[in-house]
Ligand binder design. Structure first.
Ligand code: AMP
Ligand code: MG
Length: 391
């Protein structure tokens, strides 16, 4: 059995970065920027007024001074002339600042009578002019890789970038296996249960920006599994769930290998999730075979599938980032396998659940952290700092 970090390295060997594609800006949110993009203009492209008021020469501004209003500059409609001493232009937020103007007197500091304005006896000290290029300059770059957020989308729009190079979405096929499984909403027979981690994993993958589709549930027969494998098509990654142990009905590994899968590894020294399998299918797709137990499958999703997807998206090959926090109570020594314990992280301390059975989704749903115990970690006292993964 190999360690978690050895398994991750082998998985990264299988997970190449995906190619880029171009999408319209309106489709780019949440996608990974694949190459740096460059501003096509200065923003603002001209010195612009930051307030509604009057544009004047800063020299000569004094309480009670008077000016003659000679024109107007609005957003989208500049004033063409030059403003000399004693003259003012009515100006609005976003308007280009006319020649000669280097200060905007806010409207509240003026009184107007016909074409004459008089400044107040006390004046706001701001000049209220946004310099040209004050936000960004032509040629300025947004670096890749970057998961684009709404603020980035606004920035790219302002840079006049209408089409965005992004990493193609990873195409993932998810295959549940087992005679006992039916889909949510169906009526299970007396010996059946509902396929659950299938949906949890699909949600996890979609959160990361993958296209995750479910194949029909495969039964525990060679024919049914072969049929399911034939539907993998152009997927970059096949995730199988269940059927990977040593039971008589655990056929996934055998069938995959008979169909040409080159196995990279099988079995990891971890809890939950020992019967994990990975390799490359004849189609070129990567395959990860997850254990069927619902919590095992979801934990392996966090520890292995998410980092693999990040690698495919060009975000680097690194384990899921952990944090450290003190334990709210003592915990027993760990066995020989790395253990990912369901826990709560609240108010800066970790409470590890008593029941760590890998079939219990209700506890996983209550957990917001996995406390990571190295192999043979001794008992830990209350207050001991331990590593955990927020989930
Ligand atoms: P297996 O790895 O196929 O032996 O499955 C281990 C356990 O996980 C069994 O109790 C299965 O019923 C259960 N199981 C397998 N696949 C799923 C699934 N997609 N959703 C929920 N439970 C599953
Ligand atoms: Mg099974």
């Amino acid at each position: 059995m190999i360690s978690v970090s050895q398994a991750l390295d082998l998985l990264f060997d299988l997970a190449g970065p995906l190619p880029a594609e171009t999408v319209p800006l309106s489709q780019a949110n949440g996608r990974i920027l694949a190459a740096p993009v460059t501003a096509r203009r200065d923003q603002p492209p001209f010195a612009a007024s930051a307030m509604d008021g009057y544009g004047v020469q800063a020299d000569g501004v004094a309480p009670d001074a008077t000016y003659q209003v000679i024109g107007e500059a609005a957003a989208g409609h500049g004033f063409d002339g030059t403003v000399n001493a004693g003259q003012a232009v009515r100006i609005f937020t976003g308007a280009p600042v006319p020649k000669g103007v280097d200060r905007v007197i806010i409207q509240e500091d003026t009184t107007r009578d016909g074409d004459t304005i008089t400044l107040s006896d006390t004046l706001d000290r701001g000049f209220h002019i946004r310099p040209a290029g004050g936000d960004f300059r032509n040629g300025q770059q947004v670096e890749a890789p970057l998961r684009l957020r709404p603020a980035d989308i606004a920035l790219l729009a302002a840079m006049n970038i209408a089409d965005v190079p992004v990493v193609r979405k990873p195409r993932v096929a998810i295959l549940s296996t087992g005679d006992e499984l039916v889909m949510p909403g169906e009526t299970p027979g007396p010996d059946q249960i509902i396929a659950s981690n299938t949906f949890g994993l699909q949600a996890m993958l979609r959160d990361l920006g993958a296209e995750a589709r479910m194949l029909p549930i495969a039964r525990d027969t060679r024919e049914s599994l072969e049929m399911a494998f034939s539907l993998v098509d152009d997927a970059d990654l096949l995730i199988t769930i269940g059927g990977a142990s040593v039971g008589d009905h655990d056929l996934v590994g055998d069938v995959a290998q008979d169909l040409g899968m080159q196995r990279s590894f099988y079995k990891i020294a971890m809890r939950p999730g020992k019967p994990l399998m990975a390799g490359r299918l004849a189609s070129g797709a990567m395959m990860i075979g997850l254990p069927g137990n619902p919590v095992s499958a979801m934990v392996c999703g966090q520890i292995f599938v998410i980092p693999v997807l990040r690698a495919m998206l060009g975000l680097g090959s690194a384990p899921a980032p952990t944090q450290q926090a003190p334990l709210a109570h003592p915990i027993d020594a760990n066995g020989p396998r790395e253990h990912y314990m369901r826990a709560r992280f609240d108010n800066g301390v970790l409470t590890v659940f008593d029941n760590q059975d890998s079939s219990l989704l209700s506890f996983l749903s209550q957990a917001n952290a996995l406390v990571i115990r190295p192999p043979n970690d001794p008992a830990q006292a209350m207050g001991a700092q331990v590593a955990f993964l927020p989930i």
